[in-house]
Design a protein around this ligand. Sequence first.
Ligand code: PEP
Ligand code: MG
Length: 577
Amino acid sequence: MEIKKGIPVSHGLAIAPALVLDAQQFTVSARKIKPEEVEHELDLLNKAIQASIKEIEQLRKKIAKKHGEETARIFDFHIAILNDPQVRARMENSIRENHYSAPYAVSVEMRRHVKDFLDIDDSYFRERVKDVYDVDRRLMRHLTGGRKEDLANLDSDVVIVAHDLTPSQTASLDRKHVLAFATDAGGHTSHTAIVARALGIPAVVGLNDITADVSPGDTLIIDGYRGLVIIDPDEATIQETKLKLQEQTEFERALIETRELPAVTRDGVKVTLLGNIEFPHEVEECIRAGAEGVGLYRTEFLYLSREREPSEEEHYQAYVDVLQAAGNKPVVIRTLDLGADKYTQAREPERNPFLGCRSIRFCLRHLDVFKRQLRAILRASVIGKLQIMFPLISQVMELRQAKMILNDVIEDLEEEGIEFKRDIPIGVMIETPAAAIKASFLAKEVDFFSIGTNDLIQYTLAVDRANERVANLYTPADPAVLRLIRDVIRQGNRNEIEVSLCGEMAGQPEFTLLLLGFGLRKFSMAPHSIPEVKKMIRSVTIEQATKVARKVVRLDTDRQISIILKDEARKVLPGLI
Ligand code: PEP
Ligand code: MG
């Protein structure tokens, strides 16, 4: 038995034999053809391209119907590669002039593409490499007449192990038989992780060398809660996991009943639970899960699968869709958080992108991009109850500048006679230690705070949130992080502005008691976490929570804190994993 630790990107637990995907990759030899075979090979290539385009278009349609237009746009890039006249010309020339076989011509061209992308030091292009491999594999399958990758039509339960999964592979996984997946590469914000969460497939990524450690058919346990992969588990571990799976099913069934109930503590204190979304179609899931609104709409995902900047109309339509789906529930629209691990269309490679021109800094330097979004938000404001939130504020001046630009846009709309709401609440994300320490100043200038712990942790502890090599140092339970959170909540409450917390921590029930004890009354999280957190809230009193908070702030290591919080949470909800 061997236990590997990776990054949990999609919750859930699974046990099944491994299907090691990299063992099924196509290998292409440098085969030369005879001059008289050139036409035949060109014909093969053309047919493979046409068949691939058709297949992708069908897949795109299916995904659009099931998961929305935004997710489906991932496939536009694939179609663009196949339709690119230069790409085609180079492959055809390889066949005509070098007398390469069609598969080899494809392989050479795709590898050239990959190399070009890797040479550019930008996460946007690194992410796109997976898409090129995806196109490569699809073409190869048509050219070699190879078996259709069986991932969409399996006949027994498996967990997939791969170096990396492309977004389209993930999207077409057979949900009935693929119980989970684990990959060497990847981070929390990769396309693959996003799609896995949307499909509800448990997943652990960033395992470095899981493909080397696992052989096809090995029994694996994938723990998408803790980011663990257990290879060849012993009998006791298998039994323990099966029991947990049973408990999980019963627990989930019991949670469904909580969805209709209010989030109120046993001593009658009301807590607001909101959902985090990346795409407009996710609002529905939030509401189904019992969210009272959207606490974080990550609008930068509008850029995720487009090859060009979204237009004002595209922004506007997305916001209208979200507001209409939310009905009269509030929606916090976060302005673009582009840069760092979330690429931009205006790609400027940076040496240290997390500390570079990302988020509000990017927007303040690209006013055309920023104003386009603000115009669309203001125009959509008449549809529902929206709030505007600026991300990654670290200086008071940045906030003032952002508000000034918002006022410019308001003036423009007034001049043009375009309707918008005037009393839109404005908030900031507290995601840097600088913002947390200056919370008392910032509170005077905004209507609300939202604590972005995902970034606050990385900047406080100096640990890259997407780097698998330092993932063990990344923890919300560090005393420094907890003190910052406690102080921000205090400052917010003292200044009588709303404070919410929208990082992943909000959806981790072991932190619910502590956050309540710190005085937090508004949580925003991935919709699937809402029932569990609500159940926690309904099972405790504020007195209990305050006691836990007092105990925890006296401790000096994250280990001690984690142990105590898990113990306390299990005392309240024994079904918790
Ligand atoms: C955060 O940093 O906690 C947050 C919610 O924003 P994102 O994860 O999009 O950076
Ligand atoms: Mg953030």
